[in-house]
Design a protein around this ligand. Structure first.
Ligand SMILES: Nc1ncnc2c1ncn2[C@@H]1O[C@H](COP(=O)(O)OP(=O)(O)OP(=O)(O)O)[C@@H](O)[C@H]1O
Ligand SMILES: [Mg+2]
Length: 342
């Protein structure tokens, strides 16, 4: 595929990932579809437990084997990955799809020098000679803006700062030149300044390498400036998706609106209480019958509790949402007046 080809090259079609547990079947990802275009970035946002990580793991085929029920298709460059075995996926991991995790300390090997951790996949996946692999590892550390790269190669992870360890993780993820980078909460363990630098680095590398990025976070503020498109998940479902600008200008789901309200704003007075979404996320063994957000939604009506809202297109076809009484509808505005009076 040429780098100019902008057609969707990852297509996730109606995927379901359910887990059998003693308590019943957990519907962690429940009928999610979306596509990703070469070189573009998609943010996946939602509260804890909404199924973000399991969605990413479902695409990459990184799921426990026992008790996992999977349906749907993961089409990557015209091939369905859903039923591939780990042995069959080995050529895809690292080379086509790579992943950065939240906490580098759990994914870096504490007993192995940084250089070896970067060089090994280069030798095993790309068949590089040792000397070339180490030279490439050094270049990768330069790419992720680590100073004194040569010295760092012979250090252990604990000798590096948190931000630097995350940069090493990014270098490892980039090593085999993947087409898609999955970043699952890559900055939550870092302080705000380092967080911004890491996101900038991920985006810089995405542009330079024409990679696609799938950035997972619970923070709508993080995806706002860092992705082309945003998908919002709630209770294992995709409930709203739109190009980033459209989402912020015309969000339709009361849930998306509530997520936005929960971001701290600079212009808030010092002791203003932060709006949080009251109530608890749905039980994924016994999810509510209608809209999964209805029990927590101030705008829900009878229909929302009995009927599941389908994903519907907004003004533009690339904006979809699952809500019967979206932000801006007559019923929504009517309820808003009632709330402000009470
Ligand atoms: N192996 C498993 N067996 C049973 N349930 C699981 C398993 N793995 C995940 N789950 C459940 O699936 C749901 C989705 O989990 P997931 O880790 O995708 O959430 P998340 O959106 O990534 O949350 P967070 O923001 O906390 O990382 C959760 O309710 C979780 O408890
Ligand atoms: Mg997660």
């Amino acid at each position: 595929m040429s780098t100019e080809d902008n057609s969707a090259f990852l297509e996730v079609v109606n995927i379901k990932t359910h887990f059998e547990t003693p308590r019943g079947v957990v519907r962690a990802v429940d009928d999610v579809s979306f596509s990703l275009t070469r070189g573009r970035s998609l943010g996946i946002v939602g509260e804890s437990g909404s199924g973000k990580t399991i969605l990413v793991r479902s695409i990459m085929g990184l799921l426990p084997k026992r008790g996992t029920l999977r349906e749907g298709a993961v089409m990557y460059r015209g091939e369905n990955l859903i039923n591939k075995t780990p042995a069959e996926m080995r050529g895809t991991w690292g080379r086509e799809m790579a992943m950065i995790f939240q906490d580098p300390m759990t994914s870096l090997n504490p007993l192995m020098k940084v250089g070896k951790q970067i060089a090994e996949p280069l030798m095993s996946h790309l068949g590089m000679e040792k000397a070339t692999a180490w030279a490439t590892a050094e270049k990768l550390l330069h790419d992720v803006h680590i100073a004194e790269a040569q010295r760092r190669l012979s250090q252990y992870p604990h000798e590096l700062s948190g931000g630097m360890r995350q940069r090493v993780m990014i270098a490892i993820a980039l090593a085999c030149g993947p087409s898609i980078l999955f970043a699952d909460e890559p900055t939550t363990a870092l302080d705000v300044t380092v967080q911004a630098q890491i996101l900038e680095l991920i985006n810089e590398q995405r542009r330079q390498r024409n990679m696609s990025l799938l950035l997972v976070t619970h923070d709508l503020g993080v995806v706002a400036g860092n992705t082309d498109e945003i998908a919002v998940m709630y209770g294992g479902k995709l409930v709203e998706k739109a190009p980033t600008k459209t989402l912020f200008a015309e969000m339709k789901m009361p849930y998306t609106h509530a997520l936005l309200e929960s971001i701290p704003k600079l212009n808030h007075a010092a002791h203003t209480r932060l709006a949080t979404i009251s109530g608890r996320p749905p039980d994924l063994v016994h999810p509510p019958k209608g809209c999964r957000f209805a029990p927590r939604c101030h705008f829900a009506r009878d229909r929302c509790h009995s009927e599941e809202p389908p994903l519907t297109a907004g003004k533009s076809p690339d904006h979809v949402y699952a809500c019967f009484y979206p932000v801006g509808s007559a019923e929504y505005s009517e309820r808003k007046v009632e709330i402000s009076r009470s």
